[in-house]
Design a protein around this ligand. Structure first.
Ligand code: ADP
Ligand code: MG
Length: 346
């Protein structure tokens, strides 16, 4: 019997292997595996969107510095983000948890206080879930359901050459926040008397602990009358996500370094850690911003948005997904993925 190591496939290889074995046969299944959410026909003007994400203790979060309330909020936000990435509106969520008697009732109340705060913030209803015991720490799996007008859905594969690449908010801050929290933890373990030094780092730490899904952008685009030609949420860094859009759309891309949005706090702290802020924006994770493309003719409609940066454009050469530096040099964008930067997995 041959044994193949999972590492030879990697996460995307494994998903592709599963995908090949499950070609949808129902006419209502408009999109199965391969986008931010599955798309299901409802015989109305809207499609139903379904997305699932799982958070695992020790892999996605460390309870020594992540408060349970924040964790609950984040579990909902990251799923809502995948609905937003289809240009959709979230409606309902189910939440499944695996836990051990290490957790008290009060601790689980905290987790659900965060879940409730997120349900209020994103206007979604919690409608079910499952509860089980776990021997390997806390597990949280959330499924989000949403809707999108059939004429307004954005897939990953719709970008065309010359479309403008748009990025919401700023990138790299959540990764920088994680580095700060990890540093505090190390220092605390060495010297428990020490007080945390995170006062002036609240933006970065907040981006890590309490990410927000950009449902506001979905409404902003709707009001402006712009439907992105392609869209994805940035959970694994800009590099990996732009490659997804290009691979699925059959385009190349030119991303201009000077137009990649990075906050001043990220610049300053990256300098402290002696890492390149651009590397963090490209390969850090968990920003949950949106990356999308628009037709050139739609630029006027959103060019003044304070929430959107215009970072480059799609090209007709799928072999060249490039970063253009401030000096004009071009480098191929590679999907380093943030597994290589930390021990975390997406
Ligand atoms: P995202 O980062 O947007 O959550 P993922 O990279 O996790 O997306 O997943 C990409 C696609 O693969 C999605 O369509 C997702 O539903 C699908 N997928 C991931 N894991 C599995 C699995 N174990 N079985 C079936 N589909 C999966
Ligand atoms: Mg996604």
């Amino acid at each position: 019997m041959i044994r193949t190591e999972l590492a030879t496939l990697g996460e995307f290889g494994l998903i592709e292997r599963i995908n090949q074995q499950f070609t949808p046969v129902l006419p209502q299944t408009i999109k199965g595996i391969g986008d931010d959410a599955a798309v299901i026909d409802t015989a109305t003007d809207e499609y139903l969107l379904v997305s699932t994400d799982m958070l695992v203790e020790g892999v996605h979060f460390d309870l020594s510095y992540v408060p349970l309330k924040h964790l609950g909020y984040k579990a909902i936000a990251v799923n809502v983000s995948d609905i937003a990435a289809m240009n959709g509106i979230p409606r309902q969520v189910t939440v499944s948890i695996g836990l051990s008697n290490r957790f008290s009732v009060e601790a689980i109340d905290e987790l659900y206080a965060g879940i409730q705060a997120a349900c209020e913030a994103y206007k979604v209803d919690l409608v079910g879930g499952d509860t089980t015991s776990s021997r390997s720490g806390l597990l949280i799996s959330v499924t989000a359901v949403g809707v999108v007008d059939k004429t307004k859905i954005s897939y990953r594969n719709g970008a065309k050459p010359n479309d403008i690449i748009c990025i919401t908010g700023d990138l790299g801050a959540a990764y920088m926040g994680l580095q700060l929290l990890e540093r505090e933890k190390r220092e605390f373990l060495e010297n428990p008397e020490m007080q945390p030094q995170l006062e002036d780092k609240s933006y970065l730490v907040g981006r890590q602990l309490k990410p927000e899904a950009r449902t506001d952008i979905v409404y902003e685009l709707l009001e402006a009358g712009v439907v992105p030609t392609s869209m994805i949420d940035i959970s694994d860094g800009l590099a990996s996500e732009i490659l997804h859009l290009c691979n699925q759309s059959g385009t190349g891309a030119q991303v201009f370094e000077e137009n990649v949005p990075i906050a001043d706090d990220t610049f300053l702290t990256a300098d402290e850690f002696k890492i390149s802020p651009l590397t963090i924006a490209l390969n850090g994770g968990e920003d949950y911003e949106l990356l999308f493309t628009i037709k050139q003719s739609d630029y006027e409609k959103i060019k003044n948005s304070p929430h959107i940066s215009f970072a480059g454009f799609m090209t007709n050469d799928p072999k060249n997904v490039e970063l253009v530096t401030k000096g004009g040099s071009r480098f191929p964008i590679k999907a380093q993925g943030w597994q290589h930067l930390t021990n975390q997995q997406s």
